[in-house]
Design a protein around this ligand. Structure first.
Ligand code: FE2
Length: 283
């Protein structure tokens, strides 16, 4: 099984169909050259000031999981205007999340947005499912997460392109991925590999001597799940106030209104919708 490559200009329904069939899909030109250039220009100086290794993690496990040669910038919505206004709300993310997540929630939200620069010498990352952050979910369950890795440089098998086990979203949970199940998501800069939270994957080893593999991990989850990154605290409120309403909603400020399906509200402040309080200047 391979990972289908689909150009960003194609009908999003084709992207969704490939994602649901294979558990992963590569979207080429997800960021066009102009957007990729502006984003890299914004975040490269931040990355230049970021040390390699597990300086930021609270657990030795996660330091190991990310790897000693990795530089990480978390909470991108608060640090990159380009991300918060143009990538977070990307029409392809919206189209995919609408199809995959909206059947199980009233609205979805950003789960995590991080830059990951995997330097030369990085080992293979542990193969995993991103939805493992919610281990209490019953099995089987509907899709709860749409995840992605965007290539900010060309991704090759040598520099550590994300390794994916296509079809693994439908495997028995006890089945482990064998080397023959794994495909490297090789793709040019600006492309994205989009995968389900249930798809087995991991960062590849960077066997080059001088090439860093800079990518961005972005994922969305059901609006009623607790997020991996705390977006309310990761994004300063002074920044949130300047963002478009759509971005504010995706950061979790929109109330989760399930009244129409017999549920109730989540995330109210003073019995109000926080995104409305932002609009009126009361928040
Ligand atoms: Fe992952």
């Amino acid at each position: 099984m391979d990972i289908e490559h689909i150009h960003a200009g194609e009908d999003p329904a084709k992207i969704v169909a490939a994602l649901q069939h294979d558990g992963a899909v590569i979207v080429e030109d997800f960021l066009d050259a102009d957007l990729l250039g502006r984003f890299n220009a914004e975040v490269d100086p931040l990355m230049d000031r970021t040390p390699r290794g597990g300086s930021a993690m609270f657990s030795d496990f996660f330091n190991w999981f990310y790897g000693p040669q990795t530089r990480t910038i978390t909470g991108l919505a608060g640090k990159s205007r380009v991300f918060a206004t143009e990538i977070l709300t990307h029409p392809i993310y919206r189209a995919v999340c609408d199809e995959v997540l909206l059947p199980s929630c009233a609205c979805y939200r950003l789960n995590v947005a991080q830059l990951l620069d995997r330097g030369p010498g990085s080992p293979d990352q542990l193969l995993h499912r991103d939805e493992a952050v919610w281990p209490h979910l019953p099995q089987p369950h509907a899709d709860v997460q749409v995840a992605s890795v965007l290539a900010l440089v060309d991704f090759t098998a040598e520099n550590g392109a994300t390794r994916v086990a296509p079809g693994s979203h439908q495997w028995d949970r006890e089945r482990a991925a064998e080397p023959s199940d794994i495909v490297a998501a090789e793709m040019p800069a600006g492309s994205a590999v989009i995968y389900l939270g249930s798809t087995i994957h991991g960062g590849g080893a960077n066997t080059t001597t001088h090439t860093t593999r800079q990518g961005m991990h972005v994922s969305y989850c059901l609006g009623w799940l607790h997020t991996e990154e705390n977006q309310y605290l990761a994004t300063p409120i002074d920044v949130v106030r300047t963002l478009p309403r759509e971005s504010q909603a995706l950061l979790g400020y929109a109330i989760h209104d399930a009244l129409s399906v017999g549920g109730g509200y989540l995330g109210a402040v003073e019995l109000q919708d926080p995104v409305e309080l932002l609009a009126s200047g009361e928040l």
